[in-house]
Ligand binder design. Structure first.
Ligand SMILES: Cc1cc2nc3c(=O)[nH]c(=O)nc-3n(C[C@H](O)[C@H](O)[C@H](O)COP(=O)(O)O)c2cc1C
Length: 206
């Protein structure tokens, strides 16, 4: 497949088929993830593959996702926002718990930070975070190449998850990625259209 096709194909999917993904597709995506640029050349990333409901429940509990979402409250929260952004949040937020429970595989991407976000004084000090996201994009594109999709969920209660899953001190969670084949009922939301030429600047900002 051409790179452009995989890029076009990749979308965030939150409704999954109840079909396992072959281990070789997952391994291929992880191998490609490790080919991403790495700020300190050390590629300090790990992948935890979650398949058991018991482990998924630990994620749901840690993230306090058990509660049903009140759509009226949610709609109110986003009423003043850009309509495309609002549409995306109203579609995505009610699916956060289900996507973790229904995806046949959930991948937790771990990285080793150099410093804590609180201590970082320059963007440069956050290079470890930039690197792990390069790694995540390689992973997602490589899955899309095989019609497998994921969605990057960013946990809020990382300390609780680290304790429950036994992630060693000094390592952090970049994203929890439910992964699988997309359900046949998926409707893609409109994405913001960008006038690309207006975003390209030559020599200086004009
Ligand atoms: C850093 C980052 C954080 C994100 N966090 C979440 C999240 O917590 N939950 C979720 O459902 N989607 C999350 N997303 C997915 C975005 O909602 C999605 O990428 C966006 O709507 C564009 O859609 P697309 O991925 O289909 O192109 C995140 C994406 C990025 C890059």
């Amino acid at each position: 497949m051409e790179l452009r096709d995989a890029i076009e194909k990749r979308r965030s999917i939150r409704d999954f088929k109840n079909t396992d993904i072959p281990a070789d597709i997952l391994n291929y995506a992880i191998e490609n993830a490790f080919k991403a640029p790495s700020y300190n050349h050390l590629r300090e990333w790990d992948f935890i593959i979650v398949r058991q409901m018991e482990t998924k429940r630990k994620l749901i509990e840690s993230e306090k996702l058990e509660k049903e979402i009140n759509m009226t409250e949610l709609t109110k929260m986003f009423e003043k926002e850009d309509s495309i952004m609002k549409g995306m949040y109203l579609d995505a937020i009610p699916r956060q718990k289900k996507m973790i429970l229904d995806a046949p595989t959930v991948v937790i991407v771990i990285f080793k930070p150099k410093t804590t976000v609180e201590k970082a004084k320059k963007i440069y000090a956050l290079n470890y975070l930039a690197s792990v996201w390069c790694c995540i994009e390689n992973f997602l594109l490589s899955l899309a190449e095989h019609d497998v999709f994921g969605v990057t969920y960013i946990p809020q209660n990382i300390t609780a998850i680290k304790e429950k899953i036994g992630i060693p001190p000094g390592l952090e969670i970049a994203a929890i990625i439910p992964v699988g084949y997309k359900s046949d009922e998926i409707k893609f939301l409109k994405q913001k259209e960008i006038d690309i030429q207006s975003r390209i600047h030559y020599e200086e900002w004009k």
